[in-house]
Design a protein around this ligand. Structure first.
Ligand SMILES: NC(=O)c1ccc[n+]([C@@H]2O[C@H](COP(=O)([O-])OP(=O)(O)OC[C@H]3O[C@@H](n4cnc5c(N)ncnc54)[C@H](OP(=O)(O)O)[C@@H]3O)[C@@H](O)[C@H]2O)c1
Length: 274
């Protein structure tokens, strides 16, 4: 089966392409680096020729409110239009557990818009909502700086290994369209501030992590279970301590996207001001 992976050069996408190829599928990585741009439509018609399934695991290069909304709206509209023309029978997209509860965040308003377009389209679909990736924990610290300290809420979350995310997305891609949302998560629950502290300590990163009930996650207030998946979620196998021993855990994280630290910088300014 020909499966086009939009964002196939990224963290999840590259793992997914490898897994699908191992299963004998013709998996094609599509992204600006391979000549396919979902924002402009460049290369889309060519790459979708003969494709049965499209998996969208792309992400916006900028997380600034307007830029990220434009990215997910325009890209998703373009994709669905070109997929309909090419006769693609299944659109799979990776989203985030709790997206609908996070509308205070510009990033999550963009993910809500992406999900809505998919829901309303004529193409059969599966939306896979994943919890935060272990690989993102250092990035989470980076976007949560107030001065020289990391401020995070002391609420529950259930993160998972990127490898388990790719496995679950791959399973959705080769299955029949769910025409609904599938939740996936990690095998254990943690408090965000505590796990980020453990992650930084493993990286010998000296930054102090403060449990701060007033701090926001990507611009949204969190309550105890905002980021926790429901009882029907499919759980990945990799536990955090086991992941820490893997080579992937020795790499801190990808560079921080543009636009993410603005809110905390403003907050810092307000604190300094008063
Ligand atoms: N971080 C988390 O904890 C988390 C949790 C749950 C779900 N998610 C979701 O997971 C998804 C993937 O995240 P990730 O961390 O794997 O992403 P990533 O490593 O940042 O990769 C992003 C991918 O998007 C591609 N891309 C960027 N602009 C594009 C464009 N105009 N057209 C086509 N492709 C484009 C990039 O291509 P190039 O390499 O060519 O630039 C790259 O392949 C996101 O949708 C995110 O919302 C993330």
């Amino acid at each position: 089966m020909k499966i086009v992976v939009i964002g196939g050069t990224g963290l999840i996408g590259s793992k997914l392409v490898n897994k699908l190829r191992e299963q004998g599928h013709e998996a094609v990585a599509a992204s600006p680096n391979t000549g396919v741009n979902t924002l402009t439509g460049d290369g889309l018609a060519e790459v979708l020729k003969g494709a049965s399934v499209v998996v969208d695991v792309s992400n916006s290069p900028s997380w600034e409110d307007d830029a990220v909304l434009k990215f997910f709206e325009t890209s998703t509209r373009n994709l669905l239009t070109y997929e309909a023309a090419a006769g693609v029978g299944h659109h799979v997209a990776l989203s985030v557990v709790g997206t609908q509860r996070l509308a205070e965040s510009g990033y999550f308003r963009a993910k809500i818009a992406q999900e809505k377009l998919i829901n309303e389209s004529s193409i059969p679909y599966s939306i896979v909502q994943a919890t935060q990736f272990f690989e993102f924990l250092k990035g989470l610290a980076d976007i949560s700086m107030v001065g020289d300290k990391v401020h995070l809420p002391h609420v529950l979350f259930q993160p998972m290994a990127a490898d388990d995310v790719a496995t679950a997305v791959g399973r959705a891609a080769v299955g029949t369209p769910a025409n609904s949302t599938i939740e996936i998560g990690g095998p254990e629950q943690f408090r965000i501030d505590e796990l980020v502290r453990r992650r930084l300590s493993a990286l010998k990163d000296p930054r102090e992590v403060i449990a701060d009930p007033n701090t926001r996650y990507s611009g949204a207030r969190l309550s105890e279970r905002t980021l926790v998946p429901g009882d029907d979620a499919r759980l990945g196998e990799t536990r955090f301590e086991a992941w820490l021993t893997q080579p992937a855990a020795q790499i801190p994280s990808a560079p921080q996207p543009k636009g993410v630290a603005v809110e905390n910088k403003e907050k810092e300014g307000q604190r300094k001001a008063g």
